[in-house]
Design a protein around this ligand. Structure first.
Ligand code: APR
Ligand code: PHB
Length: 399
């Protein structure tokens, strides 16, 4: 079958779904192609910390009703060093900003429900296999659905197909630069059926490795421990996970409540940027162009920021034919992407134990941590990056 739409979107993660919804509200038609089933997309456990700018975009998209009811607003975050805790007062240090805990899975469910309700369903189990005529005014996506081959022509293509998608490969290699860093540790994450033992997130450096106490709701905890890159889930029975969490997060006079583990996954840690994010009429957004280690909780927030930027530029083109914002897309995104890369790398290097580091570098790491908790200037910098102000400022320089 051959069909046409204004914006062809590959991928129904947060980037693709949000773009479709924002465009729909402006009367711009799109088709979203997703290789997985709806059940699979709605059940993937990802991070769950939303910056204010992300919450604002979801509100703009009319997708924040449940988020506004159920999201947990946090005005501070706790850093721990071998059991010694220090609270960073995000709201005070940033002149009023905060973050909201609400799972990415729930954001995705909300966006899919909206799409279905507005009569524009996502094409699930529709796998994009090629992108063609990218530099023409009618680029095309070739995809398979229900065992048949289809061709979707569009005005613009949005590659929102994540790190393992196909879109990035269609930007000529001769024009592309890739920046990549792989970290020598992974995260083992659990979802546990137990109320969180803390009101605010705890990021812990420990000589045995990093740990993080996060949450999903007043009933469900989300916790992570640093593990070796070669570890498998078989190496981590529940008792071992809880024992490590108790030690790494522990402090005098506080107990971590344990409960049934609902889910366990191991995630490798990587920083990756592919530049440019646009070629002809193809625009990449989110993980298809860049990924960060999860320590700064930035993956989803960057995907939403790219999407907002792309949406604004497309609206401008449809309203008055101006290509200025489309032409500036890579440059504006890159300012933000590198700010976020630097922050995610900083948080990762400061909070993990790397036994291959020299003792000199381990002392530097400890000193960096001490500066962070003793200097208001250093705490302010962390807070501005954590709530998303620093990244917003970086991207505004060019706009
Ligand atoms: N055809 C159709 N869909 C595809 C294809 C393809 N060839 N390849 C990948 N996809 C789909 C994936 O199945 C996935 O649902 O694209 C979607 C990409 O979604 P995400 O990986 O969630 O990426 P993005 O929307 O950029 O969101 C980034 O997700 O991975 C987390 O930490 C990351 O929080 C960040 C966020
Ligand atoms: C999460 O809740 O999953 C989460 C929170 C903060 C992070 C990473 C993950 O830095």
């Amino acid at each position: 079958m051959n069909h046409h739409t204004q914006v062809g979107i590959i991928g129904a993660g947060p980037a693709g779904l949000l773009l479709a919804q924002l465009l729909y509200q402006q009367g711009i038609e799109s088709v979203v192609l997703e290789s997985r089933s709806r059940e699979r997309v709605e059940s993937r456990q990802r991070a769950g910390l939303l910056e204010q700018g992300t919450v604002d975009r979801l509100r703009q998209a009319g997708a924040a009703d449940r988020l506004d009811r159920e999201g947990l607003v946090h005005e501070g975050v706790i850093l721990s060093y071998n059991g010694q805790r220090h609270r960073i007062n995000l709201t005070e240090l940033t002149g009023g900003s905060c973050v909201t805990i609400y799972a990415q899975t729930e954001v995705v469910k909300d966006l899919i429900r909206l799409r279905v309700e507005t009569g524009n369903p996502v094409l699930f189990e529709a796998q994009a296999t090629a992108i063609k005529a990218i530099t023409s005014s009618t680029p095309m996506i070739q995809y398979t659905h229900n065992g048949e081959e289809h061709f979707l022509t569009c005005d613009f293509l949005a590659g929102c197909d994540g790190f393992h998608g196909i879109s990035r490969q269609f930007i000529p290699e001769s024009l592309t630069t890739v920046y990549d860093k792989v970290y020598p540790y992974s995260w083992l994450g659990i979802l546990a059926n137990v109320p969180p033992s803390t009101h605010e997130l705890i990021y812990a450096y420990h000589d045995r490795g990093f740990a993080l106490h996060s949450m999903r709701s007043p009933e469900i905890s989300r916790l992570y421990v640093q593990c070796d890159v070669t570890d498998t889930l078989a190496d981590w029975p529940d008792e071992r996970i809880w024992a490590e969490l108790q030690i790494r997060l522990g402090t005098t006079g506080w107990t971590l409540q344990e409960g049934p583990v609902l889910e366990k996954t191991i995630t490798p840690m990587r920083s990756f940027v592919s530049e440019p994010m646009q070629y002809g009429r193809l625009f990449l957004a989110g993980d298809s162009a860049h990924i960060v280690p999860p320590t700064g909780a930035k993956g989803l927030n960057m995907a939403v920021a790219d999407t907002g930027q792309l949406f604004d530029a497309l609206v401008r083109w449809y309203q008055d034919g101006s290509t200025t914002d489309l032409d500036n897309y890579t440059a504006c995104c890159m300012r933000r992407v590198w700010r976020v890369q630097e922050f995610s790398n900083f948080m990762t290097e400061m909070l993990h134990h790397n036994r291959d580091k020299s003792s000199f570098d381990q002392h530097l790491q400890e000193s960096r941590f001490n500066q962070l908790i003793t200097s208001r200037a250093a705490s302010t910098l962390l807070a501005e990056n954590y709530v998303g102000m620093a990244a917003k400022r970086a991207s505004e320089v060019l706009s």
